[in-house]
Each structure stands twice: as C-alpha cells, then as structure tokens.
Design a protein. Structure first.
Length: 94
C-alpha cells in the first residue's frame, strides 16, 4: 500500500498546482491537502492514532509545507513531528 503525501499550503491555487504536478509526474500516492500547520498537526495526530481511516498508514510518505506557513507560531508543528515516534522519520520539504 502506498503511503499518502501531505501538502500544507494556504493558497488553493498553489494546492491544485502542486497536486497536478505530482499527478503529471505519475505519483500514485493519495494526496491530502490542508491549509495550515495547525490543521496538519491535528490531522497527523488523528491519523497516528488511527481515527482517520483504517486504510491510512500511520505516517505520510512525505510532507510538503509552504515556506510562508513555517513561522515561530507554527513551531508546534515541527516539534510535534519530532516528538511523535511514528512521525519522527517522515521527510518534510519546506
């Protein structure tokens, strides 16, 4: 089973562009998009505890985060990623 990709992007146009680019590159993973780091944190915490869907693996294959969204107020997102054992090794591209 392919693990999903998580996109954290606040601009809907950029979200669509990223998804289309990944599909044109023949990426077969399911793509999940959220608009904020706090939404990503909530989603990842729920998926790590298997509340989202039994078809999801415990962690995404990759997380793409808009550089506009990573700021001191969102440091909770990055620190959560380091603290949760299932997420610690997940690659993040900012």
């Amino acid at each position: 089973m392919n693990r999903y990709l998580l996109i954290v992007e606040d601009c809907p146009v950029d979200q669509v562009w990223i998804e289309q680019t990944l599909r044109r590159a023949h990426v077969q993973n399911e793509i999940i998009s959220v608009s904020t780091c706090s939404q990503a944190t909530e989603f990842l915490q729920r998926s790590a505890s298997a509340e989202v869907s039994p078809s999801f693996c415990e962690r995404p294959q990759l997380i793409l985060v808009s550089s506009r969204l990573v700021n001191p107020q969102d440091s909770d997102f990055l620190s959560m990623m380091r603290k949760v054992p299932q997420l610690r090794l997940t690659p993040i591209i900012i």
